[in-house]
Design a protein around this ligand. Structure first.
Ligand code: GTP
Length: 189
């Protein structure tokens, strides 16, 4: 299962995902004193074609939760391919000022007696691709699932703050540049 989490209330992004808008789950919540409007989309619940392409989500989602089954190696391979897709230079660095938050989750920890993917493999994949990582059992640890969502939302908020800061310092240096050029010219007149 792959999940895209986006901080909502930004209508302009809605057009690009209109086709799938009816399958987006909306959730309002209060975190760190802020009212958040989340838009959550699960491509794996979609027909085959949408399930395997993350094309539009790569542009609108602020964060991704990628879940694999620790008792199924093929699901880990799929998770790996998705992470590589998200971290591809043309989709991550060029179009975004700040990298998307990605949380890799090894699910079905209760099935560790039939484990096919080691904790270290998941951890290494996450580390090498600048993702957060955890293992849990959705069937037995509802609190951990909740904490997992809180974790990715916190990361998204941190990234949004960073983006805002960069935008602010960018416009400040632009103002300085304009001032330098036109300010000096005015003095010499
Ligand atoms: N033992 C165990 N089974 C689980 C766990 N989480 C989900 N399952 C089972 O795994 C199966 C698939 O669960 P879904 O909730 O459909 O997962 P999904 O990720 O939406 O499935 P796909 O997107 O279709 O791959 C169901 O039979 C669940 O009961 C878990 O933590 N432990």
């Amino acid at each position: 299962m792959t999940l895209c989490v986006s901080e909502g209330s930004r209508g302009k992004y809605l057009n690009s995902k209109m086709l799938r808008a009816e399958s987006i789950y909306h959730k309002h919540l209060f975190l760190e004193g802020k009212q958040l409007n989340l838009e959550i989309y699960d491509p794996c619940s979609q027909p085959q074609k949408a399930k395997f392409s993350l094309t539009s989500e790569l542009h609108w989602a602020d964060g991704f939760v990628i879940v694999y089954d620790i008792s199924d190696r093929s699901s880990f391979a799929f998770a790996k391919a998705l992470i590589y897709r998200i971290r591809e230079p043309q989709t991550s660095h060029c179009k975004r000022a700040v990298e998307s938050a990605v949380l890799l989750v090894g699910n079905k920890q209760d099935l560790c007696h039939v484990r096919e993917v080691d904790w270290t493999e998941g951890h290494r994949l996450a580390l090498e691709n600048r993702c957060q990582f955890c293992e849990l059992s959705a069937a037995e640890q509802s609190l951990e699932v909740e904490m997992m969502f809180t974790r990715i939302i916190r990361d998204i908020l941190k990234n949004l703050k960073l983006k805002e800061k960069r935008r602010y310092s960018g416009s400040k240096s632009m103002a300085k540049l304009i001032n330098n050029v036109f300010g000096k010219r005015r003095k010499s007149v």
